[in-house]
Design a protein around this ligand. Structure first.
Ligand code: AMP
Ligand code: ZN
Length: 467
């Protein structure tokens, strides 16, 4: 049997995956900043994490999955400048920052459910883990790895010889850049805030806490280092996020955690999802150009058709969003569901000897760094196969859908309901015919025909089949 191989950003290569404890894969996924609805690009990041999780299970591993909710501290600028996105949104919407966070967290979870994304074992919010974050800063301070300037406590990257290894940063080039641009009071442009102090003027922040360094709020990267270790221990197996997180967010998470917890490597596999591009440039929530799942549904497109669209590209491959591509995905998805429904009723068996071959190929492509496009190709081959019987197709479809999550196995639930409805209509039609109400009986026949159900009146009674 082939073994699961995953691309590790740390080594820039595919490596065989095995949980550190041999049994439970411990996975942390950087979650959303909840100041607005997640757009389709953001959602791609969680569809990738979900595919990973399903593939881990498919390989027989248990999975412990944590996703965080960033509800404080993510500034509009990655260089520790700009405003807190939550406070900004609160001002714009005239709600409290807490209400904004609640509102968009609920919407996010609902969107994931619509996309068949399995819920994590732990959801954790930055604002509910302030003591853990303060403790991590204090530890780093005790080790002499921090310094204070006017607006907060910063991590001194010059004290960490391993800083920037994940992103393979060229720190010398960055120092030169700093001299050119003359960055503010930070000692190096890559040093980053651990604790930001609230502004000294009258503009009060809604979200702020007391700390040994003064009233303020945690730097964005801190929550992920602190919460992942709390819920998964250290080291742990896999950390996921968007590819944009490599040079700053994940680089800084590593610096904090490896120094505070004295464990290196802190995370065994770093995995990054590529971007979804929307017309001109990446889909950016902050620019308001990203389409949401609500808008997708508003166009009569099933959220799972969006899932199918996303699975059509490898997770490390940049994708372009177009209306046509989304519509094509809907057509394909409807076709797939129709096949799945038909197969629920199938009783013909054939091609049993071919089943292991399809199974093997599907597992091989999934184990090859989650190659979903190839996995979909195997799925379509099964659906279209002339050798496989309906029973065998149904078995394979259900198995594959454990990984793809397209809701095909749920057709199982839909099918009996559908059958019951058809039988009911046939009974009504028979009653109408007995009452010589031929107009009513014809109406029922036409209604069913429109759904692709053909009625045949035989001596034993009325039978039905799909067109
Ligand atoms: P944020 O809410 O900005 O912290 O982003 C949440 C997640 O979505 C992060 O993992 C980002 O890397 C990811 N992300 C943001 N925009 C895109 C995009 N256009 N395509 C794919 N992933 C994205
Ligand atoms: Zn994170």
């Amino acid at each position: 049997m082939s073994e699961l191989c995953l691309y590790n950003t740390l080594s820039r290569s595919k490596e065989r995956f095995e949980p550190l404890d041999g049994k439970v894969a411990r996975v942390y996924s950087c979650g959303p900043t909840v100041y607005a609805q997640q757009h389709l690009g953001n959602l791609r990041a969680y569809l990738f994490a979900d595919l990973l999780k399903r593939a881990l299970r498919f390989s027989g591993f248990e999975v412990r999955h944590v996703i965080n909710i960033t509800d404080v501290g993510h500034l509009t600028d990655d260089a520790d400048l700009g405003e807190d996105k939550m406070e900004l949104a609160a001002r714009k919407e005239g709600l409290s920052a807490w209400d904004i966070a609640d509102k968009w967290t609920q919407v996010f979870k609902r969107d994931l459910e619509k996309l068949n994304v399995l819920p994590p074992d732990v959801w954790c919010k930055a604002t509910e883990h302030i003591p853990e974050q303060i403790e991590m800063v204090a530890t780093l301070e005790q080790k002499g790895l921090t310094y204070r300037i006017d607006d907060g406590v910063y991590f001194d990257t010059s004290k960490d010889p391993h800083y920037g290894e994940l992103a393979r940063l060229n720190l010398k080039a960055q120092q030169v850049q700093e001299r050119i641009e003359g960055a503010a009071a930070k000692r190096s442009p890559v040093d980053f805030a651990l604790w930001k102090l609230s502004p000294k003027d009258d503009t009060r922040r809604q979200m702020e806490w007391d700390s040994p360094w003064g009233r303020g709020f945690p730097g964005w990267h801190l929550e992920c280092s602190a919460m992942s270790s709390k819920y998964l221990g250290a080291p742990f197996d896999i950390h996921t996020g968007g590819v944009d997180h490599v040079p700053v967010h994940h680089t800084n998470e590593i610096a904090q955690a490896e120094n505070a917890l004295e464990v290196r490597p802190w995370v065994r596999f770093w995995m990054h999802g590529a971007w979804l591009m929307f017309e001109e440039g990446k889909m950016a929530k902050s620019k308001g150009t990203g389409m949401t799942l609500d808008q997708v549904e508003g166009r009569g497109i099933d959220p799972l058709a969006y899932r199918l669209f996303v699975l059509g590209a490898h997770y490390r491959q940049q994708m372009s969003f177009t209306d046509e591509a989304l519509e094509r995905a809907q057509t394909a998805y409807s076709r797939l569901v129709r096949h799945a429904l038909e197969l629920e009723l199938a009783q013909d068996s054939a091609g049993v000897s071919q089943v292991p071959g399809f199974r093997k190929r599907f597992r091989e492509v999934i184990n090859d760094d989650l190659n979903a496009p190839q996995a979909l190709a195997v799925l379509w081959e099964v659906v279209r196969s002339r050798q496989l019987g309906g029973v065998e197709k149904r078995t394979l479809l259900h198995e594959f859908d454990e990984v793809l999550g397209l809701g095909l196995a749920e057709a199982r639930i839909a099918a009996p309901e559908l059958n019951a409805r058809i039988e009911d209509l046939i009974r009504q039609r028979e009653e109408a015919r007995r009452a010589r109400d031929f107009a009513a009986s014809d109406r029922i026949r036409e209604e069913l025909e429109a759904e692709g159900i053909i009625l045949e009146d035989t001596v034993e009674g009325t039978r039905w089949r799909r067109a």
